[in-house]
Design a protein around this ligand. Structure first.
Ligand code: UDP
Length: 241
């Protein structure tokens, strides 16, 4: 744990799954992972005791792994059981989804069977808006509305695929298929960094041998003990839970 990092100060923002605190250093924030699980824009909601700790541990493992492989990540280190220190990014209002296998909204939107492998990964952009339900957009929308600059969109795409190149084999080695995942990016000292979190709340992970869903779809679709799935992911990654 990174004990030298500043302790958390005032609450800056509270989202559905995390709280964000200021620290004495304006360039550093503390993320606190909540035990709350939400889906369908917050219409489905449950308290799952221990989820915050498990997600913090998985996020720390994945972010540190990416950072060691040259991806600029906002993550600095764990500072509590369910808390991590991060760089204070200026977040872009668009999020990226990378897909390796058809699932979720892609299956619904294009009438494809869930589980269909993709011949090459797909990159998608969504505009972050709770009122609008995070609509699918493209680079032209992002440029026209000033959500990101052209070089930032290029960098976002490049980093999103680099994350895939690192995480897909990492999960595969643990017997897991990285079906899809959501990434958020922000600006820090003139560069784009990977922000937010990498946890089973924002990724689809299936047991490769059986196709069993181990991620948040267990919660969305009532597929069984949610945290049992998250713990299985942690175990397969070698995360000390
Ligand atoms: N995702 C997310 N937050 C969102 C939307 C999607 O973390 O607001 C993740 C989701 O967990 C999945 C991937 O992004 O791993 C693709 O989600 P999809 O577009 O299929 O939407 P869903 O059907 O999950 O709502």
């Amino acid at each position: 744990m990174a004990n030298h990092l500043p302790p958390k100060g005032e609450l800056l923002y509270e989202g559905k799954g995390k709280q964000v605190f200021r620290t004495a250093d304006p360039e550093t924030l503390v993320l606190a992972f909540k035990d709350t699980a939400t889906a369908f824009d917050g219409r489905k909601r449950s308290e799952l005791a221990d989820k915050g700790r498990i997600n913090n541990a998985i996020n720390d493992h994945l972010m540190a792994y990416l950072g060691e492989r040259g991806i600029p990540v906002h993550h600095l280190g764990r500072v509590g059981v369910a808390e991590s220190a991060v760089r204070n990014l200026e977040m872009l209002p668009v999020e990226a989804v990378v897909r390796n296998v058809v699932a979720g909204s892609l299956a619904r939107r294009l009438g494809r069977a869930e589980g269909e492998p993709l011949s090459r990964p797909i990159f998608e952009l969504y505009y972050k808006s709770d009122e609008l339900g995070d609509p699918l957009v493209n680079e032209f929308h992002a440029l026209a509305f000033g959500w990101a600059a052209e070089d930032e969109l290029r960098r976002m795409t490049e980093l999103a695929f680099q994350v895939n190149d690192v995480l897909h084999p990492l999960f595969a080695a643990g017997g897991l298929t990285l079906v899809d995942y959501k990434l958020e990016f922000g600006r820090f000292r003139g560069e784009l960094y990977l922000g937010d979190e990498l946890t089973p709340d924002g990724c689809r992970l299936w047991e490769s041998a059986t196709g069993e869903k181990l991620d948040k779809d267990r919660f969305r679709r009532d597929l069984g003990d949610v945290l049992e799935g998250y713990r299985a992911i942690g175990r397969r990654l070698g995360v000390d839970l």
